[in-house]
Design a protein around this ligand. Structure first.
Ligand SMILES: *[C@@H]1O[C@H](CO)[C@@H](O)[C@H](O)[C@H]1NC(C)=O
Ligand SMILES: *[C@@H]1O[C@H](CO)[C@@H](O)[C@H](O)[C@H]1NC(C)=O
Length: 222
């Protein structure tokens, strides 16, 4: 809360709000993922005497992942949990592989702006701002698209061949809220009375249950 208030104050006073991850106070801090210290904002550092060059390398993004699932999608994330060398660096990345007409459903990254660089394939992508305006376009190999932090966004492979993108985030832990999953497949579930009224779905029919079942079947495979 204090950080939010500071950001708001900064933006008013200096018209300069840089509220991504906090600045590091040391050169490197390879995450000790095994630390028993409670996670506050990032991980404690591994002892410097044990840090090696390989701590700053992530290997294996050169190969497309298996996208044979209902959404036709596999996101290989490289956040601090997978790549401890990212700790305190304020960035992370992902490889997004899409099968034919695969889709990354509307979702939100609460802690990061995203830069989406098309490796191959053709995409239809977009995001929606707080005034409900959709900013969408098509992308081809070599194109870069920016998704602002915290706004609902999506990507669709427009072609019958695989498509892939390299994605960067300005946070070591951008987070992802898949909206269908968050709303219809939370644990425990949001009560039907809320969802039926909010989405105009009959409470007594089977359509709400059908939607929940479909979404539950899709998301564990992501
Ligand atoms: C965490 O523990 C596992 C298994 O005990 C070990 O393989 C790994 O190297 C440890 N990671 C760090 C960062 O200390
Ligand atoms: C995709 O997965 C389904 C079910 O898991 C399987 O039957 C099918 O053979 C797979 N297709 C390919 C091309 O791997």
């Amino acid at each position: 809360m204090a950080v939010v208030i500071s950001c708001v104050l900064l933006s008013f006073l200096a018209k300069l709000a840089t509220c991504a991850d906090s600045d590091p106070l040391q050169d490197i801090c390879v995450a000790d993922l095994n630390s028993s210290v409670t996670l506050v904002n990032g991980f404690p550092c591994k002892p410097i005497s044990q840090v090696v060059g390989e701590d700053f390398r992530f290997r294996g993004l050169g190969v497309a992942a298996d996208t044979n699932n209902t959404l036709g999608l596999k996101i290989t994330t490289i956040n601090v949990f997978k790549f401890p060398g990212l700790n305190s660096m304020g960035i992370s990345a992902a490889r997004a592989d899409f099968g034919p007409f695969g889709v990354n459903p509307p979702h939100v990254h609460p802690r990061a702006t995203e830069q989406f660089f098309v490796l191959f394939g053709q995409f239809y992508v977009g995001f929606v701002t707080n005034d409900f305006k959709l900013y969408a376009t098509t992308l081809q190999p070599g194109d870069v698209f920016i998704f602002p932090r915290g706004l609902p966004q999506f990507q669709l492979n427009m072609g019958s061949s695989p498509a892939s993108a390299f994605v960067s985030f300005n946070s070591q832990n951008p987070g992802v809220m898949q909206m269908p999953h968050a709303l219809f497949a939370s644990d425990p579930e949001i009560t039907d009375a809320v969802l039926a009224r909010a989405f105009g779905i009959p409470l007594d029919g089977s359509s709400l249950k059908q939607m929940k079942d479909n979404i539950r079947a899709m998301f564990p495979k992501l």
